[in-house]
Design a protein around this ligand. Structure first.
Ligand SMILES: C[S@@+](CC[C@H](N)C(=O)[O-])C[C@H]1O[C@@H](n2cnc3c(N)ncnc32)[C@H](O)[C@@H]1O
Length: 425
């Protein structure tokens, strides 16, 4: 099918995604997926415009591109890769991933399934000599946050264990990143972590990080960005962008387009029980029973767990503590999805009506909440999948950051493109 809309880089994102979606799906399918009529679809085509609120739904219709081959505008390495949430964004700009490190076998499985045909996935980064890592323009690393996160620190304090840099197993991984930057001197890096990294140990941890990167000869630009600008999830993360000082790169966080927070509501990512839930052959009925038009009952909390969570919340309320479960409706913006969501799901429980126990999000809904398209495969158990998505990044945030960094990654001769690039059928 011919592309109907003009898709120049100056056109808005919804129109670009829409044009790309039309290359892969019929108008009827797109209408069904978005919950609009085919008349609306024809109207958008005729008017050459699509409401921005459909960006998210349209994005989910688009297949991820296969790894770039041949000349790539820039190369990058993916450290602490998890399931590749940061990779998706930079690959979407045509970048070529030349090295991956992730030591968790289950995350490796998900990664391998979603980024096929590339290099082997390396394990423990502390055991890898920097000289064995290929040269690259950009280093990506969402390093483990547990030693710095509020929950991680309280737990380690309670157990009398060291946290931050003093945590021997996980706290020093930042210095492995420094070791690699020092040896390979990439043009740029992007580091990601929990917001608490900035205040950990009264700001001393962050001071060490800034000083170390500065000593390596990089100008650094930290910024906290909330995923709620792009998805219905409040998720604040610190992003540290760095460029080789000698390259004199002008980077301005204020140029990051941030749509109003809270405009994305949970109904965008929930399974649809009105007959419009897309059938994903790779999911089958694992999460959603299409014949019955309902979410699999295994996601509904058992009476015992629901009673426990209510009792726990009540106990804390009486003590004056804020802790409680987070009950959400289709109009909500959720709390941060954490890697421990698999335990009881308490931070995000979907209200199912009076007298009915709430349910957890399904792993597919978690994928959507993190901005992964529906083409993303979930090959592991639910428990593993919850951990992987809870550890990952909001892909949409990364895509916008990638676009902002792009001109500096391979000189200034790159054309702006879609934040995520998609395969041509
Ligand atoms: C916060 S997660 C990063 C998630 C990633 N940004 C994503 O989009 O999925 C940190 C990851 O680092 C991995 N990791 C921790 N220590 C490691 C090590 N020494 N070597 C390699 N990977 C490690 C963990 O298994 C985890 O998947």
């Amino acid at each position: 099918m011919a592309t109907i809309l003009h898709t120049g880089p100056d056109k808005d994102l919804a129109a670009q995604y829409f044009a790309e979606a039309l290359r892969h799906h019929s108008q009827v399918d797109i209408a069904r997926h978005l919950g609009v009529t085919t008349r609306t679809i024809r109207h958008w085509i005729a008017n050459q415009s699509v409401p921005q609120s459909y960006v998210f739904g349209l994005q989910r219709l688009l297949p991820l591109e296969a790894p770039a081959e041949g000349e790539a505008p820039f190369s990058f390495i993916d450290l602490f890769a998890g399931i590749g949430g940061i990779r998706v964004a930079f690959e979407g700009l045509g970048g070529r991933c030349v090295f991956t490190s992730e030591w968790d076998g289950y995350a490796q499985k998900t990664y391998a399934e979603n980024y096929p045909g590339g290099h082997a996935i390396n394990g423990d980064i502390t055991q890898i000599d920097a000289t064995d890592i290929p040269d690259h323009d950009l280093l990506l690393a969402g390093f483990p946050c547990q030693p710095f996160s509020i929950a991680g620190v309280s737990k380690k304090n309670a157990l009398g264990r060291a946290h931050g840099f003093a945590c021997e197993t996980q706290g020093t991984l930042f210095f492995d990143i420094c070791r690699i930057i020092e040896a390979k001197q990439p043009r740029a890096f992007l580091l990601e972590n929990v917001k608490n990294l900035m205040s950990h140990d009264k700001g001393r941890t962050f001071d060490v990080i800034k000083r170390s990167l500065d000593d390596l000869g990089y100008d650094i630009h930290p910024r906290v960005v909330d995923g709620a600008h792009f998805v219905p999830q409040h998720r604040e993360r610190i992003l540290i962008v760095g460029f080789r000082r000698a390259d004199r790169v002008n980077f301005d966080w204020d140029a990051l387009p941030l749509p109003k927070r809270g405009e994305h509501k949970l109904n965008e990512i929930l399974h649809r029980c009105d007959g419009t839930e897309p059938v994903l052959p790779w999911d089958g009925d694992r999460f959603f029973n299409h014949a019955a038009n309902s979410v699999d009952p295994k996601y509904t909390l058992t009476p015992k767990l629901w009673a426990y969570l209510q009792g726990y919340a009540e106990k804390h309320r009486v003590k004056g503590n804020g802790f409680g479960f987070g009950l959400v409706t289709p109009e909500s913006v959720t709390r941060t999805l954490s890697a421990r969501y698999y335990k009881d799901g308490s931070e995000i429980l979907v209200y199912q009506g009076e007298g009915v126990n709430p349910r957890r999000l399904t792993p597919r809904e978690c994928a959507r909440l993190m901005g992964f398209p529906d083409t993303f495969r979930i090959p592991c158990s639910d428990t593993r999948a919850y951990k992987q998505f809870g550890n990952s990044v909001v892909v949409n945030v990364m895509s916008h950051v990638a676009r902002l960094m792009q001109p500096a990654l391979a000189g200034d001769n790159l054309e702006p493109e879609l934040p995520l690039r998609y395969a041509v059928a």
